[in-house]
Design a protein around this ligand. Sequence first.
Ligand SMILES: Nc1ncnc2c1ncn2[C@@H]1O[C@H](COP(=O)(O)OP(=O)(O)OP(=O)(O)O)[C@@H](O)[C@H]1O
Length: 343
Amino acid sequence: MIVLDNINVVFKQKGRKLNAVENASLSIAKGEIFGIVGPSGAGKSTLVRVINLLQPPASGNVIVGGQNITRFKGAELRKVRLRIGMIFQHFNLISGATVYHNIAFALKANNCPKEKIHTRVTELLAQVNLSDKAQVYPANLSGGQKQRVAIARALANDPEILLCDEATSALDLENTEEIIRILRRINRENPITIVFITHEMDVAKKLFDRIAVMAEGKIVETGDTYQVFTEPQHPMTRSLVERVLNIEVPENLVTGPDEVLLKITYTGERAYDPVISRVSKDFDVLVDILHGKIEYIHGKPLGILLIKLSGTPEETAKAKAYIAGQVFKIEELAAHGHGGASR
Ligand SMILES: Nc1ncnc2c1ncn2[C@@H]1O[C@H](COP(=O)(O)OP(=O)(O)OP(=O)(O)O)[C@@H](O)[C@H]1O
């Protein structure tokens, strides 16, 4: 559906050249919810704006629906842009127009016949759960409601692609969840391709089918969401993921000389049960479960458990080796901190 082939974007800042996007290549399938994550300044917005040529690339090719649009201009470009809706962090609604007219405006701009406008606006308002707000002005809406109007407006002309630039970053948790639900439903009901950029990994783990990670203008990693979260390859990906999969070591916890603190990651919901009981039974160690949680990554459970093993160094080493063979990942942590060796 979307192919970005070796894209470069160069900006001039105070007489110096800045490579905002460097040799970026991506292939996004029809109907996919594709996420681009990375820290501020990584080049995410610039790359996503290349897709609808709001930002023309210095070199490389942009292919949308099999068509190379890189050099499109004027009427040709306007036609392509109608197939690509976009929403932004700060909504960009017309403040002097009601919710109804904000959406109707997009239809009029595309010469939608007058008699069809009312039906279509009503349909779109229902899709974003705002049927009761048609006559309200943007100033009287919450952030989440404003973003839902922006979604309805972006979908008005039935685009094949929806670009979302930090669409939930100005919203609280509840409104973010609602936007995620709406986008997932829209994507399920008609297979629109969604490209969503965010620095919020909590959004990424719930919404995206696949992820690309950007750092300093480059795409450093791509993969299925679950795979990127569970087996991050690049240091930038690891640091982004670590924030979501972090587990707090209790502040007042002190480990003695014959005690080790282990963070265990396992796939599935209850997989640790038999492992922990076997460790207590088969090895001469005491096991304390200090903390546990389950994260859902793209709907699949990933368990994280903090345990303390007490025993002689020999028995502890044997128990650790056994656990390592049974679970997805095991890391030794320091009390009052994180990190340590992983294997
Ligand atoms: N129009 C512009 N002119 C000059 N430099 C720009 C322009 N737009 C972006 N940049 C620079 O390009 C780099 C990438 O910016 P971009 O906005 O794409 O990053 P980002 O990953 O989306 O970050 P953020 O999440 O903070 O928006 C930054 O260093 C930014 O300062």
